[in-house]
Write a protein that binds this ligand. Structure first.
Ligand code: ADE
Length: 232
C-alpha cells in the first residue's frame, strides 16, 4: 500500500511514522508519504487558502493550489487521477469510516488523502479531483490531519504482518469474524483482584468452549448497544 497525504503540516506525520505497527508496515515496503501543499503552490509567499466568496468566517483551501500539488506528484490532470486511484478528501460530512470502509482501503494498492484546514475545501476540489469524501465522525476537527492519521492507523493495522500477532486484526470489534459486533471481554493475570474474578471458562483450557463463550459475549454486547447490532 502506498498512501500519500497532502497536508499543510507534513512534519506531523514524522511522529505518526514512529508508531510500532506503522513502522512495521514501512519495513514491509508499504509507504506513507506526507506531501506539503505549500511546496508547489503557484501563489506568492506560500499562500494556499483564501477568504470565501460571499463572505463568512475562515479560510478555504484553493482549487489551483490542490491542482498544482496533485499534478506535481502524479504528472496527470487530477480530473483523470480519480479514475485510477482513490483520492479521498477528509471532511466532517463525508462517508463515515467503519470497519468495512477500512477494509476497502486496506485492499487498495494506492490511496491519496487530502487534508483541509480552517473552513475546508473549495467545493470544486471535492467535485472534480476527489473520488470520495471520508469522515471519521460527525464532529468538526480543525483540519484533516488527525483524521488522516486515524484512517491510516486503522488501514495499516489490517495489512498482514504489521501487528505482533497475525490473528489479532481478524477477530476484533466490528470485524466480519465477529459478525460486525463489538469484541468479547479480555482478562489477564491476576486471576483474582480485590475479589474480582475471571470467568472460569477462560481458565478451563477448553478452546472450543472458550470460543463459543466469546462469540456469545460479543453477540450480547451487540444487543445491549443498538449502535453495534451485528451486520445483516
Ligand atoms: N476534517 C474536519 N473534521 C473532520 C472529520 N470529522 N472527519 C474527517 N475529516 C475532518
Amino acid at each position: 500500500m502506498k498512501a500519500d497525504v497532502f497536508t499543510l503540516f507534513p512534519q506531523w506525520f514524522d511522529w505518526f511514522r514512529t508508531q510500532r505497527h506503522v513502522e512495521n508496515a514501512l519495513a514491509l515496503g508499504h509507504q506513507v508519504e506526507a506531501v506539503d501543499l505549500r511546496a508547489t503552490t503557484p501563489l506568492k509567499w506560500g499562500q494556499v487558502d483564501d477568504t470565501p466568496f460571499g463572505g463568512g468566517a475562515g479560510m478555504v483551501l484553493r482549487v489551483d493550489v490542490v491542482e498544482a500539488a496533485l499534478r506535481a506528484r502524479y504528472g496527470v490532470d487530477p480530473v483523470q487521477l480519480k479514475d485510477t486511484r482513490r483520492v479521498i478528501a477528509l471532511t466532517p460530512g463525508g462517508r463515515q469510516l467503519d470497519d468495512a470502509y477500512v477494509g476497502e482501503l486496506a485492499a487498495s494498492d494506492e490511496i491519496t488523502l487530502l487534508c483541509g484546514r480552517y473552513e475546508g475545501f473549495d467545493e470544486r476540489i471535492l467535485e472534480h479531483f476527489c473520488s470520495e469524501q471520508l469522515s471519521i465522525g460527525r464532529y468538526v476537527l480543525a483540519g484533516g490531519e488527525l483524521a488522516a492519521m486515524v484512517v491510516l492507523d486503522a488501514v495499516l493495522r489490517k495489512l498482514p504482518g504489521t501487528l505482533g500477532k497475525e490473528e489479532s486484526a481478524v477477530e476484533e470489534s466490528f470485524s466480519e469474524a465477529l459478525e460486525g459486533a463489538p469484541e468479547y471481554p479480555h482478562y489477564t493475570r491476576p486471576a483474582e483482584w480485590r475479589g474480582w474474578t475471571v470467568p472460569a471458562i477462560l481458565l478451563s483450557g477448553h478452546h472450543a468452549r472458550v470460543a463459543e463463550w466469546r462469540r456469545e459475549q460479543s453477540r450480547m454486547r451487540a444487543n445491549l448497544d443498538p449502535a453495534h447490532r451485528p451486520l445483516p
